[in-house]
Design a protein around this ligand. Structure first.
Ligand SMILES: [Zn+2]
Length: 419
């Protein structure tokens, strides 16, 4: 029943049947449209939505006042869409087309549009935007037949989400000076990509294809997310004010975790070194346990205080090995949290730097950075495991490592997990 009523009041239905005959007894509907618009303007917003149920005439009037238009699965040409936008829905500020086929070359020209969402409109070959007040643009296409998008002047654009698009060049400072959110998903980035933006706050690079020469300079960036099946050494990325980074690494089981893999991983993490919180989501502990031999040739990527959350799909994780690797990656870690299918582990470390000038030169971290590694700075620690596993081994690991440098630290209690 409900499904039928939704279908009856959809705008697709209206577009199909708008040339209906007016009821001769409907005196109100015969009033001039300007008067009817005036009547509608006095109604509360919730009631404005309902006048379209009165008759086709009221539905047309309601359409003219709509600021949102969403069409799904409709076959229409560019001319038809342009007519719909100008004649039937002239007030639309938010346009969503989902799986609408038939349009090959689309020119959207509007001074009203603030939001445009184009999802799976696979016939699109070119898109020209003449929408100077556009604030949010989302495009989901296909890399197999990428659509060419000309943004024209989009000085007001704040949110840009592109999926399945081939990118060749991008300078956000010039094209989108107010851009705050940029999401590139399954995009072919084999060209020379230069993303430079002073306003960008959040950046998502998700499953990018053919990562070529990518340079990103985003001094205001607070959040960065990368998802992929391989590591990309972000050598030319500049995020000096990053707060929060999220890395999802899900390589195939045949991917080699050799020196090249870990060099790439460490270089990737180095670009995120100003972050205060790092989340790693991975399908195997092997991807993030840096081998001892590799550690001897590299410097830990993080030197500041950091909280690390690791979500792993490994069924049998060794908490000591995982902690050991994370403590090498970030020797100033404050909170370490692991989550697997059926267990959680957390460890908290309190650091206190001793007087400078007494750095232990045998410690590669302390001799490379101004701050001290956890072995030379931890004063208190606490830890807990939801299944009480590896607890003793972890305490022994901490005590032994501190003893090696002639120190000890106070255990401040066991962290308990609520069931
Ligand atoms: Zn040290």
């Amino acid at each position: 029943m409900r499904r039928i009523s939704v279908r009856k009041c959809s705008w697709e239905r209206f577009l199909d049947s708008k040339h209906g005959i007016l009821d001769p007894n409907d005196a109100i509907s015969r009033m001039p449209e300007t008067v009817l618009h005036r009547i509608i303007s006095f109604l509360p917003n919730s009631d404005k939505q309902h006048v379209r149920f009165l008759s086709r005439k009221w539905r047309r009037l309601s359409a003219q006042n709509q600021n949102r238009l969403s069409l799904t699965g409709r076959r229409l040409s560019e001319l038809e869409l342009s007519k719909i936008m100008s004649d039937d829905f002239p007030s639309v500020e938010s346009l969503t087309l989902t799986k609408c086929l038939g349009i090959k070359n689309l020119k959207l020209a509007s001074f009203k549009l603030k939001t445009v969402n184009l999802d799976y409109c696979r016939s699109l070959k070119t898109l020209d935007l003449n929408t100077p007040f556009l604030e949010s643009f989302h495009f989901h296409g296909t890399c197999v037949r990428p659509c060419r998008i000309d943004f024209g002047i989009c000085n007001k654009l704040r949110i840009l989400k592109l999926a399945g698009v081939a990118l060749y060049n991008m300078d956000c400072n010039i094209s989108f000076p107010l851009l705050q959110v940029l999401s590139l998903s399954s995009c072919d980035m084999s060209g020379c990509i230069n993303i430079s933006s002073n306003s960008l706050k959040s950046l998502y690079l998700l499953r990018i294809k053919n990562p070529g020469d990518i340079t990103i300079d985003a001094p205001s960036l607070h959040f960065f997310e990368y998802r992929g099946n391989t590591v990309i050494p972000f050598l030319n990325m500049h995020f000096p004010n990053l707060d929060w980074a999220r890395i999802e690494l899900k390589p195939s089981r045949y991917e080699k975790r050799n020196e090249e893999w870990f060099n790439g991983l460490i270089n990737m993490l180095k670009c995120l070194k100003s972050a205060e919180r790092l989340m790693i989501h991975t399908n195997s502990d092997k991807n993030i346990i840096v081998p001892k031999g590799v550690r001897e040739t590299l410097v830990p990527p993080f030197d500041g205080n950091l909280d690390i959350d690791v979500k792993t799909s490994s069924r049998s994780s060794n908490v000591v090995d995982l902690s050991d690797s994370m403590l090498w990656i970030s020797p100033r870690v404050r909170r370490l949290y692991f989550k697997s299918f059926n267990w959680e582990f957390v460890m908290q470390l309190d650091h206190q730097d001793l007087l400078s000038g007494t750095h232990d030169n045998s410690c590669s971290f302390c001799s490379s950075y101004t701050s001290r590694c956890w072995r030379h700075s931890v004063t208190h620690y606490s830890l807990g495991h939801s299944m009480e596993l590896n607890y003793k081994e972890m305490v022994s690991y901490l005590v032994e490592n501190l003893e090696k440098v002639g120190r000890d630290a106070m255990q401040t209690g066991r962290i308990l997990f609520s069931i």
